[in-house]
Design a protein around this ligand. Structure first.
Ligand SMILES: [Fe+2]
Ligand SMILES: [Fe+2]
Ligand SMILES: [Fe+2]
Length: 400
C-alpha cells in the first residue's frame, strides 16, 4: 500500500461539491511542489510539504466554510485551521503536520492566533498560504488564464511583506514563468500530472495496520458535517466489524472491513448540510443529490491499488439483493459477504440514530424494519439473522 496514492485519492474527497469534483487540494499541491523545488527543497522536506498541501483544508467540513475559503479575502480562517490540527492529532502518521495546518493562513506580519510572525511561521505553512491564495485568485475570475496571470501575480505581490512571505512571492514569480505552469493547473488531468511531478516523492509504503488510522481521519471529516451523522461512520464501523467477525471473516479481511466501513460514506462530503439536516421529506432533486454519494465513494477509492475489495464493500452499501439498489443496480450475484455486511450495518446504525425528521428507534422497531427489508429483497437473510439473534450486543455498541 502506497501512502502517496492513498492521499492523492482521498484528498479529492475534500473538494467535493454535489456538482462533482473540484481540484483545489491537487492544485495547491502542484503549486507548493513548484515553490518548494524553487527553494531547493527535496526528499523528506518536499514530501512533508506535499502531504500537508494535500490535506491543508481537512478542517473545513461544511459547505459554508468551503465557500468562505473560496473568496480571496477570508474573514475568519482560523477555525478550519485549528479543527484540521485537532483532526490530525489523532492520526499518528499525520500528527506532525498539525502545526502547519494550524498556521496555514497566518499573515506574514501578524497578528496571528498562533503568536507567530514572519520567519517564526513554519515555512511549509507560509508556502501553502501563498499557493492556496494563488489558486483561489485563479478561480476568482473567468477567461484566458494566460491573459490573467500577470494580474493574479500582481495581486499577490501587492500583499508580499504584509500577508505573504516576500521571498516566497519572488520564488513564485520565477517558477510560474512557463505557460505550462498555468495550463497544468487548469488541465483536466491535473491529478495525473501531479503524480508525475511528485514522482517517487510520495512513494512511501504504509503497512496495512496503519490504514484504519488514515481512513479514520476522513471518517471524522464526514461525521463532522452534521450533528445527525456525527458518529455514523464510527458506529457503522463497530457494527460492521463485529458482524463480519460473527459471519466468519477474520484476519486481514476484518482490517479491510474496518477501512471500508470508515470510508463508506466518503461521497457524502458532496452533499450540502442543508439536505443532510432537512427536517421534512426530501424533494426528488434533493434525493438525487444524496444518491450520488455511493457513486463518488466508489470513484474516489477506484484508483487505489489494493483497495479492490474495500471499494466494493464501501460503495455497494445501498445496493440490494434484488438489484433495485443504487447506483449500480448490482444484484445478489455481485454482492459478496462483505458487501452484505456493510449494507446491514449501515441500515442498523441509521435506524438507531436520530434523524432530523425522527428520533432514533428502539430495538423492537429496528428489528421489525430490518425483517421487512429482508422480505422485500433488500438485505441478506443470513447476515441480518446473525445481527437480530444478538441485537442487544449490537445495540450496546452505540454506547461505546
Ligand atoms: Fe485553508
Ligand atoms: Fe485551501
Ligand atoms: Fe450511505
Amino acid at each position: 500500500m502506497n501512502l502517496g496514492k492513498l492521499l492523492f485519492s482521498l484528498s479529492t474527497a475534500l473538494d467535493f461539491t454535489y456538482r462533482g469534483l473540484a481540484n483545489h487540494h491537487h492544485q495547491v499541491a502542484y503549486v507548493v511542489l513548484a515553490i518548494g523545488r524553487g527553494l531547493g527543497m527535496d526528499g523528506k522536506d518536499l514530501r512533508r510539504l506535499c502531504c500537508a498541501a494535500l490535506l491543508h483544508d481537512v478542517g473545513a467540513v461544511t459547505t459554508g466554510e468551503k465557500v468562505a475559503l473560496s473568496k480571496f479575502e477570508v474573514g475568519e480562517p482560523f477555525e478550519h485551521c485549528d479543527r484540521g490540527r485537532r483532526f490530525l492529532a489523532d492520526v499518528p502518521q499525520f500528527a506532525f503536520l498539525g502545526e502547519v495546518l494550524a498556521t496555514h493562513h497566518d499573515r506574514w506580519d501578524g497578528p496571528n492566533p498562533s503568536g507567530f510572525r514572519r520567519d517564526g511561521i513554519p515555512l511549509d505553512a507560509r508556502i501553502i498560504h501563498l499557493a492556496d491564495r494563488l489558486v483561489v485568485a485563479m478561480g476568482d475570475g473567468a477567461g484566458d488564464i494566460l491573459a490573467r496571470r500577470d494580474g493574479i501575480l500582481g495581486r499577490l505581490r501587492a500583499l508580499g511583506g504584509r500577508v505573504f512571505d516576500p521571498v516566497l512571492v519572488e520564488v513564485l514569480g520565477d517558477v510560474s514563468v512557463p505557460e505550462s505552469f498555468w495550463l497544468d493547473l487548469e488541465a483536466g488531468d491535473l491529478p495525473a500530472l501531479l503524480q508525475e511531478q511528485a514522482g517517487d516523492l510520495l512513494n512511501v509504503r504504509i503497512a496495512p495496520e496503519e490504514l484504519p488510522g488514515v481512513a479514520g481521519l476522513f471518517a471524522r471529516v464526514i461525521d463532522a458535517k452534521s450533528i445527525f451523522t456525527h458518529r455514523h461512520s464510527n458506529l457503522v464501523t463497530r457494527v460492521a466489524v463485529e458482524l463480519a467477525a460473527r459471519c466468519g471473516l477474520s484476519g486481514e479481511e476484518l482490517l479491510e472491513m474496518r477501512v471500508a466501513a470508515l470510508l463508506h460514506d466518503l461521497g457524502k462530503l458532496s452533499v450540502p448540510e442543508g439536505i443532510l439536516e432537512k427536517p421534512g421529506k426530501l424533494s426528488p432533486a434533493e434525493y438525487n443529490i444524496i444518491k450520488r454519494h455511493t457513486y463518488y465513494t466508489y470513484h474516489i477509492l477506484r484508483p487505489i491499488d489494493g483497495f479492490e475489495k474495500i471499494r466494493e464493500w464501501a460503495a455497494y452499501h445501498h445496493e440490494r439483493l434484488d438489484g433495485a439498489g443504487y447506483p449500480f443496480g448490482i444484484g445478489a450475484a455481485g454482492l459478496d459477504l462483505g458487501c452484505r455486511v456493510v449494507a446491514v450495518a449501515d441500515v442498523f446504525a441509521a435506524l438507531t440514530e436520530d434523524r432530523p425528521y425522527r428520533p432514533g428507534m428502539d430495538r423492537v422497531r429496528v428489528a421489525e424494519i430490518i425483517r421487512r427489508q429482508v422480505q422485500a429483497g433488500a438485505l441478506d437473510p443470513d447476515v441480518t439473522g446473525v445481527l437480530l439473534e444478538s441485537i442487544d450486543d449490537f445495540t450496546s455498541l452505540k454506547e461505546l
